[in-house]
Design a protein. Structure first.
Length: 373
């Protein structure tokens, strides 16, 4: 039986291991800390395939394709784990608080319609019919009915349970330091707890992925970008939709949960692996969200936390083969790790099972970074 090691037990690594196990491989996932407790835990679970984009780029098609895989992806994992992941195709609102926002959203609406994407441009009153708690200051905005969210923490619990049930071995608190390579072919990995042999290795280590055998692959660098998040508790349902209030990189988001917690985010900070929240960061999140839904001011803060989004130099994912035979990358998903888990798992599974590169990932190979630099 072919043995596969996956480095990193986040949503990308565990989605890949889940699908590879279906092809009857011997799969082991090695995690430096505790499974599911890094970026996948600190996410808000947004599936913002349309709302995330200010202007059209080909990467958007990749995101939409993965979003459209989500209903079947979640159903499969729920059936295997017995855990509800609270997937909701809730729709997503992008509110305009001023005329500058409104002008930008009108342009956004036009290019999305021209590309055949489903989207609506609505007045403030029309938006308040959909979400009554929206501020009276909101003059208009976009509504994308096909975007939504998943409870990322429930999804991680379900993935861990489904993987273990299917026979995937998840090894925690072991740090991979180097690849074991002979004649330009991977043989396994070196860790702080001995060597692990394998026929294929998948690096899904997120923000830590380029710290393994650094400089082995030219220009392969993935940086951490810190994102801070605040969690509020309501005693009743306040909203149904995700509110994505970021405009040209400024603003944030508001994501509801089934248990009436509300997730507010997020900062974008290039501070290395500095894992702490800051007063400035949290206050900026709260101010932005209170402007959108004033009633949030009355809710209790129950948690403040942060995570590290993994980013490559061109902000695109790194998915595919490398110059080392049977070493595969699945990293640098930046703000879209949760969203892109289904399509990334499919792409990596196709490489390993059928030696096939699906066309959707042809722009995401690690080799492109050498051309850029």
């Amino acid at each position: 039986m072919k043995k596969i090691i996956i480095i990193g037990a986040g949503i990308i690594g565990l989605s890949i291991s889940y699908y590879l196990k279906k092809s009857n491989f011997d799969v082991i996932v090695i995690e430096k800390d505790k499974a599911g407790m890094e970026a996948s835990y600190a996410s808000a679970g947004m599936l913002a395939a349309q709302s995330e984009f200010e202007f059209y780029e080909k990467f958007m098609d990749f995101c939409i394709k993965s979003r459209n895989m989500y209903p079947d992806f979640c159903k499969d994992i729920e059936n295997n784990s017995g855990i509800s992941v609270e997937y909701q195709k809730s729709g997503m609102i992008r509110p305009a608080l001023n005329e500058e926002h409104e002008a930008h959203f009108k342009q956004n609406y036009e290019w999305q319609k021209n590309h055949g994407f489903e989207i609506e441009f609505l007045s403030g009153d029309e938006l308040r019919k959909i979400e009554p708690k929206l501020s009276k200051k909101i003059i208009s905005g976009l509504y994308t009915k096909n975007d939504g969210y998943v409870n990322n923490r429930k999804l991680m619990q379900a993935l861990i349970a489904a993987n273990k049930k299917n026979g995937v071995k998840i090894v925690e608190n072991i740090q991979v330091t180097d690849y074991l390579i002979k004649n330009d072919t991977i043989n396994g990995v070196k860790t702080n707890n001995g060597n692990f042999n394998a026929d294929t290795v998948v690096n899904a280590a997120g923000a830590w992925s380029s710290l393994i055998s650094p400089k082995l692959i030219p220009n392969f660098e993935v940086k951490p970008i810190r994102g801070q998040i605040v969690s509020l508790q309501a005693n009743r349902k306040i909203l149904d939709k995700v509110i994505f209030s970021s405009v040209l990189g400024k603003g944030g988001y508001i994501v509801p949960r089934k248990d009436n917690t509300i997730i507010l985010g997020s900062t974008v900070e290039d501070v290395g692996f500095e894992k702490n929240t800051t007063k400035e960061g949290i206050n900026s999140i709260l101010k932005n969200c209170f402007d959108i839904i004033p009633e949030l001011k009355n809710l209790k803060i129950i948690d403040k936390y942060c995570g590290f989004r993994p980013i490559a130099s061109d902000s695109l994912p790194i998915i595919g083969k490398t110059s080392i035979e049977n070493l595969i990358m699945a990293t640098a998903h930046y703000r879209n790790g949760v969203l892109l888990a289904p399509i990334t798992a499919k792409a990596v599974t196709e490489i390993i099972v059928n030696d096939k590169i699906i066309p959707e990932i042809k722009d995401f190979s690690v080799e492109r970074l050498s051309k850029v630099n």
